[in-house]
Each structure stands twice: as C-alpha cells, then as structure tokens.
Ligand binder design. Sequence first.
Ligand SMILES: [Zn+2]
Length: 424
Amino acid sequence: MADVLFTNVRVIDGSGGDPFAGQVLVRGNRIAKVAKAGEALDVSGAETVDGGGATLMPGLIEPHAHISFCDTPDLETLGDIPPEEHTLKTMKYAKKMLDQGFTAIFSAAAAKPRLDIVIRNAIDAGDIPGPRMRAASPELTPTSGLGDVRRWHMHRETFAMTCDGADEFRKVAREMVREGVDTLKMNPSGDEFIPFARAHETIMNEAEIAAVCEVGHSRGKKIAAHARSALSVKLCVKHGAQVLYHCTLSDEEALDMLEAKKDEVFVAPTAGMAYVTSIGEGRDYGIDAEHPVAQFFAAELETGAKNMKELKRRGVRVLPGGDYGFAWNPIGTNARDLEHFVKLLDFTPLEAIRAATQYSGELFGEAIGLVQEGYLADLLLVDGDPAKDVKILQDAGRLLGIMKDGGFHKHPAGSRQRGLAAAE
Ligand SMILES: [Zn+2]
C-alpha cells in the first residue's frame, strides 16, 4: 500500500472545530501527519493527491445500519427472502454503503442470525468490498413484540428472534455470542405500526432486559435497544445498554438518567424514518401523510426533537442513523440524516458531521472518525464544503475520493477523469 499525501485540501477534522487549509499524510493504514498550510512535511515516497481545494474529512460512520433489511416494504417480505439470496443482497448493500462514503457501519440488527457476521468476516478478509462493520444479532423480541409476525395458524418469519422470559433471552443472546456478533439488539418497546405493541408500550420486562445486558457485559458485547417508551429507556439505562435507539418518548426522569450516564451511552433518534414517513414518502406502500402511522411520526418528531435538543444541551452524544433499509427510506440514502439533524434538531452542519464521525467512531470503538495523527485512514475527499451544506454528502458524485484503511475504494484520479469526460 503506497503512502498518500493529500495537498491543497480544506480539512474538516470531525471534532467540530473550524475547517482549515492543510495537508494530510497517510502512511500505511494510519494518518501519520496533519499539517496546517505553510508547515513542511517529510513526504518521501508518498503518492501526492492534489485536492484542488476540495474538502478532506473523516469517512462517514452509520450508527444504526440495517444492510440486510433489503429495502422491503414490510417485515413479512423481509422474512420471505431465503438465506442464500439474502446473503448476496446484503453483500450488495455493504458495497453501496461504502460507495456512498460510509467507511464504517455499526449494525442495529441483522435480518437473519448470521447475515451481519458473514458479511463482516468477508469484508475483513478482503473478499468483498464494504465498510468496517460491527455485526449485530437479529432483534430479540418477546411474543407479541415488534418483529413477531407469526400467526396462530401459520409460520412466518421476519427480522426478529422471539424469546420469552429471562432464560430464553439469555440463551439466545449467548447463542449469538457463540456465532460471533459484536452487538446484541433487543426490542424493549413497541412501535407505532404494530397494533399490539405500540410505541409507548414497554414489551420486555425488567428481568428480560437485565438478562440480555448481563450477557453483553460479561462477554464484552455492546447492547443496542429499540427504546421508544420512557420506561424502556429507563430500564435500558439502569441495566447498562450502551446504544439507545429512538428515546423519542422520554420523560424528564429518562432524560436525567441518560444525562447521568452521558459518558457511557449513545442516543440515536432515527430521524430519517420518522421524517420521510411523516411527509408521506411511504404513499406508494400504503402509508400516505394521512395514515395514522405517518401522523404518529409527525407528532413524535416534535416530541423527539424537543428531547434530542435537550439531550444535546446536557452533553449526551446524539447520533444520526435513521433506520435506512425500508422501501421508502432506502439503504444508501443514510446521509440524509445529517440534513435532518440540521433542519429538525438545530445542529450546525459541523455538529452534524461530528455526530456522524467522531461520536459515531466512539460508539464503533476504534480510532476512526477524526482526521488526527494516529487515527485509521478512513477519509473522504469531497467536492464542495459540507460545513456550509451537509446535503452535498448525499451525492456520491461529489465524493471525489473514498479511502478506507489507507487504501482507495474510489481514487480521486478516476473521479477527475469521469468529470472531464462529462464536461466534454
Ligand atoms: Zn432500526
């Protein structure tokens, strides 16, 4: 792997600090030196990439990935996909995430027990292209919980593994540890599109939540929770789940508990799914803006936005990641969440970028997410200034270069050639 020197770039380092003109030297798979304009660098032997004034920033990190959800319109359709086809589709979506500038993804549940695991392993082995990946279990849910699509008279599958009682949750969590997950995902609350398990309902009991957390803690795995209801947030914080998705219906006590654990927990509201559903982008799939689920999401966005602003004010790390993986909120459009953070949650563009880089890197648990000496060289060369307009990051055509682990997935020279060809 050749060393690479980026010259003539404006650096957004991911820390929330102001962009600066400079040069960045990558040696092997790490960032060796970050120099401000005017500083001299020893660059013997490095390939020089002249950025031409473009922005160099950390690769985006998705903290709520569902690359095996395959953009299906409903949970039952997802369950219909046989494992062999499902593996190939997941492989395709892994590449798509990297093509869109996501150099790392933290899975928020796989659709089948071993899907994330095999894709992560194949990426790590260099067999297929894809981002760095933390592999999750399917969603562990109780009978009549979010993801239990069975009917009394027939068998149906979905993304969930159904467990009842602390012993069953513990056993399935241990099985998933044996198979090789990094993250255990559980569904302690319902969701508004499940008539028998609504968003405000807490559907796992405390012993079940504690059992999953106990396995995660004792085996060094992260615990991620689908927690919309206030009680589910409190129980998850109490038992040490590190990643709380949604938290939109949190009450004052839940906010206080999250604040007290602000150095340990991460909150991701999943603004994307709520927003596109609320404005009726699901109309082709039977959920227009008048649909009760869309109306719930519209109301939840207001409560959720208020809570997220408050959590941010109190120093809790609020992360993007909007449940991309469904037909009207497809995989690959994940960078829309940064725009939602700016528009809905009053983040500045640099704050939104920090959430998707430094903070999401802290969740991922490796030295990624900052343009800083010693960090792994996951970098984007971007045409334009995302600090002024984060929407730029949604357009893969504006990503001139995508580097993961010190190697180019997309080389800037190729992008420039394509640009020239288009101009002719
Ligand atoms: Zn999700």
